[in-house]
Design a protein. Structure first.
Length: 197
């Protein structure tokens, strides 16, 4: 019974086999480099609404027009396939665009190219559903040429490495809201009935 249920997703046997697989990867690749959760919010995205059958012209999109946040949530709740498709497309775009991973279907060969953080040596991911049905992905990754945690901890104590990390982060992460100051952004009124993102 145990051997047969290994192939049934989310059974105790399948989770036990996945843990064994992860430990094998740790033995082969060393400690993991990243633990990431991708959690695309489908109810506030116009693409998900189009997948759910809403008539939205994405070429002439106006984020102020369209269904309210409650209507958008109801649209996705009525069409879980649309939410799943949206989640799949977003996760695929992130894995390919940011991490250089392509061909992630079960049983297919994975094609890798350098991503934002370098070349991914290996990864394991599991999709889960939250209480309201929204899908999210937990993924652990091993990056090629990542220093061991002890070397990384020692490097983080040096000014040179700290400056290199700060420069890298400043190069990769930018934010600008109509050239507003930080203080002006803090005073923007919050809207609970959020428009499209």
């Amino acid at each position: 019974m145990h051997a047969a249920s290994v192939w049934i997703p989310h059974t105790d046997a399948a989770l036990y086999a996945l843990r064994s697989f992860i430990w094998s990867d740790i033995a082969a690749c060393g400690p993991l480099s990243l633990w990431i959760t991708l959690n695309p919010l489908d109810i506030h995205n116009p693409v998900a609404q189009v997948l759910a059958g809403q008539d939205i012209d994405l070429d002439k999109f106006d984020n102020e027009v369209g269904p309210s946040s409650m209507e958008r949530a109801a649209n996705i709740a009525k069409d879980l396939v649309a939410g799943s498709l949206y989640c799949h497309h977003v996760m695929q775009a992130v894995l390919e665009g940011l991490f250089g991973i392509k061909g992630v279907q079960r049983g297919s060969h994975v094609h890798r190219q350098p991503g934002v953080l370098g070349l991914v040596e290996g990864y394991v991911g599991m999709i889960e559903a939250q209480g309201w049905g929204t899908l999210h992905l937990h993924i652990i990754m091993w990056l090629t040429n990542t220093p061991m945690s002890s070397k990384l901890a020692a490097a983080l104590q040096t000014i040179d490495f700290q400056e290199r990390v700060a420069k890298y982060i400043a190069t990769c992460i930018h934010a600008d809201i109509d050239k507003l100051s930080d203080e002006a952004v803090r005073h923007i009124p919050k809207d609970c009935n959020i428009g499209y993102n």
